[in-house]
Design a protein around this ligand. Structure first.
Ligand code: ZN
Length: 254
């Protein structure tokens, strides 16, 4: 049995890193079959259990998928936004739960992404995306908190999708899954959900009207409002204009 040098990663990790580099560099492309376990053992001089461990690691990182049967084997995964989002969400949630990322940073990042994304959505949104955004509006009189939190996420993911930039969708989606929002909004003032509803409607109106600057402004007002509730110590001294400066249109009659 080989003696591992102190500080040096185990052999299965090194093998996994080599294969990961082959994949991310494009030398191994999506859908391509990897060499069989015996072939990898012969090429690397590593044991079968080490090769299997490396493949398990790559599978857990969604880089490789293994299928059984005559045509089975290990294949390079076809990348998908939803899979990457899940991976990012898990990593960010962990960093948030261990206080590596603070809520202030999260909101700052949301502002960096969402303000321009809302402007892009006003330029690029499709009819189907507008319709989906409409279904993400909630009714604060009848929906429970869980429904409203869920629709809140769906609304912002919908804006990111309507921006027409897949990277924006990929990077912003995980930000909606890491805050302990349920606990935070439990202490929010009674005006919180009605204001969030009004702000979402304002963003959606601007996006629907193709009003780029209006959509950016409305998105910024919304983030400022969230900041005031999530991080009361930093309650806005911003020159963006407080959410209350605007008179929001009432909800349409139901
Ligand atoms: Zn919102």
């Amino acid at each position: 049995m080989a003696v591992r040098q102190p500080g040096r990663p185990p052999a299965f990790q090194l093998l996994a890193e080599d294969i990961r580099t082959e994949i991310t560099s494009g030398r191994l492309h999506a859908g391509q079959r990897l060499p069989t376990e015996p072939e990898m053992c012969a090429r690397t001089g590593l044991s079968r259990s080490t090769v299997r461990e490396a493949l398990r690691l790559l599978t857990s990182q969604n880089l490789v998928v293994t299928t059984r049967g005559v045509a089975g084997g290990s294949f390079v995964t076809q990348p998908s936004i939803s899979q990457l989002t899940d991976t990012l969400s898990t990593g960010l949630a962990l960093m948030f739960s261990t206080s590596t990322i603070a809520i202030e940073q999260l909101l700052e990042m949301r502002e960096i992404l969402e303000v321009p994304a809302s402007g892009l959505a006003a330029q690029r949104r499709t009819a189907a995306q507008l319709a989906k955004l409409g279904t993400a509006l909630f009714d604060f009189d009848t929906d429970d908190v869980e429904d409203m939190l869920c629709k809140h996420r769906v609304f912002h993911s919908g804006i990111a999708a309507a921006s027409g930039n897949a990277l924006c969708e990929l990077l912003s989606h995980p930000l909606y899954h890491i805050a302990n929002e349920r606990a935070v909004v439990a202490t929010a003032p009674a005006s919180f959900w009605p204001r969030v509803d009004a702000e979402h409607r304002d963003i959606l109106h601007c996006v629907s009207d193709g009003d780029v600057l209006g959509a950016q402004r409305a998105a910024r007002v919304h983030i400022d409002h969230l900041r005031g509730v999530y991080v009361p110590d930093q309650a806005e001294c911003s020159d963006h204009g407080a959410a209350g400066d605007r008179s929001y249109g009432p909800r349409p009659a139901r």
